[in-house]
Ligand binder design. Structure first.
Ligand SMILES: Nc1nc2c(ncn2[C@@H]2O[C@H](COP(=O)(O)OP(=O)(O)OP(=O)(O)O)[C@@H](O)[C@H]2O)c(=O)[nH]1
Ligand SMILES: [Mg+2]
Length: 254
């Protein structure tokens, strides 16, 4: 079984983090890295106290709110420097069910490079507690991004997912600079474009019971522009490749 690390980014999650930690750890399948951005509600201290009494828990404290994307990149780098083979992203607000963990780890063990926990497999919607507006935003966002990026994945923005070590080693993490949902789209796109194996498994997403969402207008705007930015980037790299080939051919002839 691959050695797994669950990465939990936290900002103001003091009410839910203890439950998430105990449910994840009770599975006995993974270590945990909490990445806290100096939450004013003391979430970082809760995580720190937990790490003192359980060697499977690690904490990275950052000086201020720096965004979900950079938190995950920092977590991936931390895990890559150690001997983990499976890196799992999970929200710390109990929206993602820790009982799904074995399925993610199993798929990575079977050779997948990216396993996405999808809320929309087979045209179904597996979300509990969202109002119609929020559902529409998520569903439309996925249709929009998939269409522009020609992706067959049903849930590009899902934040419950697992990566293989290979997937992260082959991704230029320094070039991934999205903050919110766009980060999830960008990572999935990079991995699929590199020809690595992506798989979706069904999950049920449950709206957070306490705390507040960090979703903002900026995060939505970033996700709207990202597919265009990615398309442009791939066109540029194709042009560079063609020009490079032409130059090599010319040099070979001359
Ligand atoms: N370290 C860190 N964690 C963050 C940051 N922004 C969000 N998070 C965490 O990332 C996870 C997802 O954020 P949420 O606010 O739940 O966003 P969401 O799940 O997309 O939105 P909701 O469905 O409204 O909950 C949660 O565990 C947050 O605490 C950040 O800037 N830094
Ligand atoms: Mg959430």
């Amino acid at each position: 079984m691959p050695k797994a690390l669950v990465i939990l980014p936290t900002y103001m999650e003091k009410d839910t983090l203890p439950t998430v930690l105990s449910k994840v750890l009770s599975q006995g399948l993974a270590d945990v890295l909490v990445i806290d951005d100096n939450s004013p509600d003391g979430t970082g201290q809760i995580a720190g106290a937990w790490a003192m009494r359980d060697p499977r828990v690690h904490v990275m404290n950052r000086p201020g709110k720096m965004g979900l994307g950079t938190a995950y990149v920092a977590g991936f780098r931390w895990g890559l420097e150690r001997d983990y083979d499976c890196f799992i992203e999970m929200d710390s607000d109990m929206s993602h069910d820790p009982r799904d963990l074995p399925r993610f780890i199993e798929e990575i063990g079977k050779g997948a490079d990216l396993v996405i926990g999808s809320r929309y497999i087979g045209g179904k919607i597996s979300v509990v507690g969202w109002d119609f507006r929020r559902l529409l935003l998520s569903k439309f966002g996925n249709i929009y991004a998939s269409a522009l990026l020609c992706s067959r994945l049903s849930d590009l923005t899902s934040g419950y997912r697992a990566f293989s070590r290979k997937a992260l080693e082959r991704t230029a993490l320094g070039e991934v600079n999205s903050g919110g949902y766009a980060f999830q789209i960008e990572m999935a796109y990079n991995i699929c474009r590199a020809g690595m194996k992506a798989k979706e498994i069904p999950i049920v997403f449950t709206e957070r019971a306490s705390g507040t969402s960090k979703m903002s207008r900026e995060i939505i705007k970033e996700a709207v522009w990202l597919p265009w930015r990615l398309r442009l980037r791939s066109i540029k790299s194709s042009i560079r490749r063609v020009l490079g080939l032409k130059k090599i051919n010319k040099e070979a002839r001359g």
